[in-house]
Design a protein around this ligand. Sequence first.
Ligand SMILES: [Zn+2]
Ligand SMILES: [Zn+2]
Length: 236
Amino acid sequence: MLNLTYDLHIHSCLSPCGDDDMTPANIAGMAALKGLDAVALTDHNTCRNCPAFMKACREYGVLAVPGMEINTSEEVHAVCLFPSLEQALAFDACVYERLMKFPNNEAIFGKQQIYNELDEVCGSEPNLLINATDISFDELWELVRSYEGVMFPAHIDKSANSLIANLGFIPPDSRFATAEVKDLKKLHQLKISNPYLDGCRIISNSDAHYLEHINEPRLTLQVEERSAFGIVEALL
Ligand SMILES: [Zn+2]
Ligand SMILES: [Zn+2]
């Protein structure tokens, strides 16, 4: 078994709210500088900066996990991670079909920039990526598993766009085995009101939209294999 320091929830400049300096290469470079072992790129409803991110991480010697932070039909945010870029991009195509299409207004929401593997802007997404999809939280686990990925509810301690805030409770027939808590000091209280969490692995990620907010290498995840597959398996 290996213990890897991690940050598995990071936004690039393709998320409208992500800082323009959050280029895939800058994220990889900052992860390397901080000494993180594993990082995931999880833009809102898209994986399309993952090809550039995977390449940059390879060059910096950081383990990269391709992913997405999906917005369900109930406006619940959930992080989805995949063992390979191919599976992430196939899931991306499925989600894009089911995204509520509404043109992005860059002046209000920010740019949605796509980077190529040379760290150059090669396009931008015209539809606003933070909208809801028509995928329900209930169907998400099976859908992500069909692409061999793993899903965990994001920032469950937050008062907006979280499983507990938006549904009011954790559905007892849920399948997820990992939950993300932003402020670990709230975990004790969360477990009292949501006993489902007692059976969960709890992780904490930065949800960074700015380079300086990426996690310090403090928390570790135990994996059997140092790969994106290994990370997905560890969170199942
Ligand atoms: Zn979120
Ligand atoms: Zn996020």
